[in-house]
Design a protein around this ligand. Sequence first.
Ligand code: NI
Length: 378
Amino acid sequence: MTDAFTEQLVAWRRELHQYPELSNHEFATTERITAWLKQADIRILPFGLKTGVVIEIGQGEPLIALRADIDALPINEATDLPFASKNAGVMHACGHDIHTSVMLGVAYQLKALEKTLAGRVRILFQPAEETFNGAQQLIDAGALEGVQAIFGLHNAPDLPVGTLKTRGGAFYANVDRFTIDINGKGAHAARPHEGIDSVVIASQIVTTLQTLASRIYSSQESVVVSVTRFTAGNTWNVLPQTVELEGTVRTHNDAIRAQIPVKIESLISGIASGFGASATLNWQPGPPALVNTQQWADFALELAAENGYHTEVATPQMGGEDFAFYLQQIPGAFVSIGSASDYGLHHPSFNPDEAIIGQAVDYFTELAQRALKAIKPR
Ligand code: NI
C-alpha cells in the first residue's frame, strides 16, 4: 500500500468518525461510502437497503463475502481529538469507522486486481450491528445468496496493533436479555408484615440467579448471568408493590441456552410463590453464538502469520456480535485484530490506533484472493 492511499483511508475514517450515526439511521454514512466506492467505479448491487451498501468485484464463481459494520453508539464522545464526533450524543465508540475504512481499502485494492481474481468478492457495509438486527436485514435482502464463505473483523483495544486472534467453533456468545416483574403487596415501611415485600423477594431472586452459573451448570460451561437493573419504589417509608429486574444471560452452548429460561421460570416462581407473590419472566433472545468454521479459522490464522501478524488462538468471549447470523447460514470466520486503545469498546474515551488500518487492508485483500482459490468449484 502506498503512503498516499493509507492517508486517504485514515482521512475517510476520520470523516466517518466526525459524523457518526445510530443503528438503522446511517443515511449520511451510506452516502459517503457510496460516493467513495463510485469514485473507483466499483459495482454497487441493487438490494434496495434503507442504509448500508453491498458491492461486488470480479466475475464468475466462486463467490465469497467480507463484512464491515458502519453504525455508531449513543455515547457522548469524551476524547479531545481534532476529528471528534460533531453529532452530539453519538460516537463511533466501537471502531466501526475503522472496520469501514479497512473494507473501503480492500474494495479499492481488489478493484485494481479485478482481472486477476479467481471469482467474485462481495463486500457488505452492514448497518445496525449494535442493535443486532443489521445482519438479518442483509440476509433477508438476499446479500448471502450464492456466497460460499464470509469473513469479518472486530478491532480489539486490549491487543497490541499487529496481533490477530480467532478460533474455530464458538467464539462470541449467545446474547439473551430478560426482565422479571415481581408483584407483591405494598405496605407501610413500618408494618411490613401487612404486605408482601417485593424488594426482599427480588433481592433473593438476584442472588439465586447466580446459582445458575455456580451450582446448576458445570463449571466447564460458560454461563454468565448479570442483573443490571433493579427498579423499585420511589420513597423511604413505603414498601413498593412491584419490582422490575432486567439483565442478560451469556452462553456458548445452545442446549444450555434453551434450558436457561425454563430454569429461571422455575426458580423465580418458586421463590415468589413461597412468599405469596408472583414473578413473571419476559425473555428476549438476542443474537446466537458466533461459531467460526474450523477450516476457515485455521486458514485466517495461517494467512495472518504469513502476513506478519502475531497470531494466537483466541479464548471464547462473552460479548455478542451479529456476524453470528451470517455464520448460521454459511461457513466463514470472524477475527479480532489489535487496536491498542487505553479505553475499551463503548467507552467515551475509546481511541483505537489507526495503524491497524493499513495492515488489515493488505491482510483482507490477500485473504479474499486466497479464499477464492481455496474453494473448490461446485
Ligand atoms: Ni462493535
